[in-house]
Write a protein that binds this ligand. Structure first.
Ligand SMILES: O=C(O)c1ccccc1N[C@@H]1O[C@H](COP(=O)(O)O)[C@@H](O)[C@H]1O
Length: 205
């Protein structure tokens, strides 16, 4: 079974179509207003109407007000929520939707404890820890910190790009990989060639 690929930070229809045509399994939409990849609920709703079948839409939130998450869900029918801040298991569960919990990994992170704490998550999305920046940093972390026996699907992210994704898949054997800045032409704008190379190399590994 080849690894799944999520392309995060979609802001434009043409990028959505390019990623889907290249074989993306999931697309991410960032509802965090400090991100250069931020989309409004209305813009996301318009993008979601362009989604082909069998490609999942993922809404990314960072310590969002629950009322804001619900307001987004009213207009944008997201398949999966991605909580990328310091949300608790209760925060993540309160919307009654399937979710991923992002963990920003540093040498002190106890990933087995995280997996136990977030046992209701559909997967743990592992990203680099960069102080003061919740994600989308383009930074890698030490993949040897990931235990082999994690009981949840691992979505590997953080500093992946077309040049290192094959090594990442061969080394970590994650359920999926996720990329944002590594396939961009500029912040918030995807590079269709990088997206296609990333997906092809991930799935061939
Ligand atoms: O993409 C963003 O702008 C973003 C903002 C806030 C939190 C998370 C964000 N993106 C997620 O960060 C990781 C790694 O991104 P990168 O490939 O290193 O740029 C990824 O999971 C994105 O979904």
């Amino acid at each position: 079974m080849s690894v799944r690929v999520k392309i995060c930070g979609i802001t434009r229809t043409e990028d959505l179509h390019a990623a889907c045509a290249a074989g993306a399994d999931a697309l991410g939409f960032v509802f965090y207003d400090k991100s250069p990849r931020h989309v409004s609920a209305a813009a996301a709703a318009a993008l979601l109407r362009e989604m082909p079948p069998f490609v999942q839409s993922v809404g990314l939130f960072v310590d969002a007000d629950p009322a804001f998450v619900e307001a987004v869900l009213q207009v944008a029918p997201l398949d999966l929520l991605q909580f990328h801040g310091d949300e608790t298991p209760a925060d993540c569960a309160r919307h009654g939707r399937p979710y991923l919990k992002a963990i920003r990994v540093n040498p002190d992170t106890d990933l087995l404890k995280c997996a136990a704490d977030f046992e209701a998550a559909r997967g743990l999305l592992l990203d680099a820890f960069v102080p003061g920046v919740p994600g989308g940093t383009g930074e890698r972390f030490d993949w040897s910190l990931i235990p082999r026996e994690l009981p949840l699907p691992v979505i590997l992210s953080g500093g992946l790009d077309p040049g290192n994704v094959a090594e990442a898949v061969r080394t970590v054997r994650p359920w999926a990989v996720d990329v944002s800045s590594g396939v961009e032409a500029s912040k918030g704008i995807k590079d269709a060639l990088k997206v296609a190379q990333f997906i092809a190399r991930a799935k061939a590994s």
